[in-house]
Ligand binder design. Structure first.
Ligand code: SAM
Ligand code: SF4
Length: 326
């Protein structure tokens, strides 16, 4: 079976799989009014997910990230992770979470085979965290990160969406944290989605601002690994952890794209900001459909574009990242 490679020579060892659209937070830039269920459907089952990942793994996928919505809201998340971890070729299972349930469940997540963790923390100031997420839960989330470390997770990554006028003066707190802890805090540029244009206009800020401050403080760019993807990381000899930047509006961001996405309803998305999805679910009903599914994936990959067109304000069909998995 051929590996997944597109017209531009990019390979795809990495799959982001959303397991639910639902979320218990109300992040200002994502679900400011909370999650509203739309339509009568069920998210992909463990069996469908296992068939999907087995097909992808034979085509070169080695890493799967479980995301959402809030993936930890799925009661069967550990069953899903354990099933994926048994699939030959899968080396890494990541989880992106708002951290709400880590305090209680980090041990179970680690035991199920999840071995890479990203936790979203947009501010280390409790009142700002509350304002951004709609929940006064910063201490709880930080305790969850500590529980995850105790459970065995190493090099935990922190996702921080950079928000002008909200958390763009929080760098000193994040630096103090990274100085003492083995963490990688990644500042993500706010992306425009179908639903957040007004918020985006008000709060988008280029991550160059952070880069300049890091260089000024003596940080230097870490060497890129072959599997780094689009994040840039900066290090400093006096700091235990690292600071990273994810800047989707920068030139060349898409050149290092190494990932495909599947939504919780089974749609393949070639790009976060693509114009369409292809429903793979009819090809996930039986084990003997694997070859047909793989043929379809190769065919669809021809449609992956060289770049997104976010710079021109084209956000594709994504109303908010909870609907697709950020
Ligand atoms: N609920 C989980 C969480 O928040 O970590 C996983 C899903 S969330 C959609 C994944 C990541 O996307 C989070 O770090 C979140 O902050 C980020 N995100 C959501 N909307 C975004 C946007 N419009 N621009 C940039 N990042 C965004
Ligand atoms: Fe929920 Fe994550 Fe979106 Fe926040 S960013 S509303 S935690 S899906």
């Amino acid at each position: 079976m051929r590996v997944l490679e597109d017209h531009f020579g990019r390979k795809f060892p990495y799959l982001r799989l959303s397991v639910t659209d639902a979320c218990n937070f109300r992040c200002q830039y994502c679900l400011p009014n909370g999650y509203k269920k739309t339509g009568d459907f069920q998210f992909l089952s463990t069996e469908e997910i296992t068939r999907l990942i087995a097909a992808f793994a034979e085509m070169g996928v080695e890493k799967v990230r479980l995301t959402g919505g809030e993936p930890t809201l799925r009661r069967d998340l550990t069953t899903i992770a354990a099933a994926i971890s048994c699939i030959p070729g899968i080396r890494t299972i990541g989880l992106t979470t708002n951290g709400y349930s880590l305090k209680e469940k980090a041990g179970a997540f680690f035991a199920s085979g999840i071995n890479v963790l990203n936790v979203s923390v947009d501010s280390l100031q409790p009142h700002k965290f509350h304002a951004i997420t709609g929940h006064d839960k910063l201490p709880h989330v930080l305790a969850g990160i500590e529980a995850a470390r105790q459970a065995g997770f190493r090099n935990i990554k922190i996702n921080t969406v950079l928000l002008k006028g909200v958390n763009d003066d929080d760098l000193p707190e994040f630096l103090a944290w990274v100085k003492r802890e083995e963490l990688s805090v990644r500042f993500i540029e706010l992306m425009q989605t179908g639903d957040n244009l007004e918020y985006f206009r008000k709060h988008h800020l280029s991550a160059e601002v952070i880069k300049a401050q890091l260089l000024e403080r003596g940080f230097s760019l870490s060497p890129r690994r072959h599997d780094s993807g689009p994040a840039l990381e900066f290090e400093h000899p006096e700091y235990t952890g690292k600071i990273g930047m994810i800047a989707p509006y920068s030139r060349d961001f898409c050149k290092s794209c190494n990932r495909l996405r599947v939504t919780a309803r089974g749609d393949l998305r070639l790009c976060l900001f693509g114009e369409g999805g292809y429903n793979l679910r009819p090809l996930l009903a039986e084990d003997d459909q694997r070859e047909a599914l793989q043929e379809k994936l190769l065919e669809l990959l021809h449609f992956k574009r060289e770049s997104h067109y976010l710079g021109q304000g084209i956000t594709g069909i994504t109303p908010h990242l909870a609907s697709l998995g950020g």
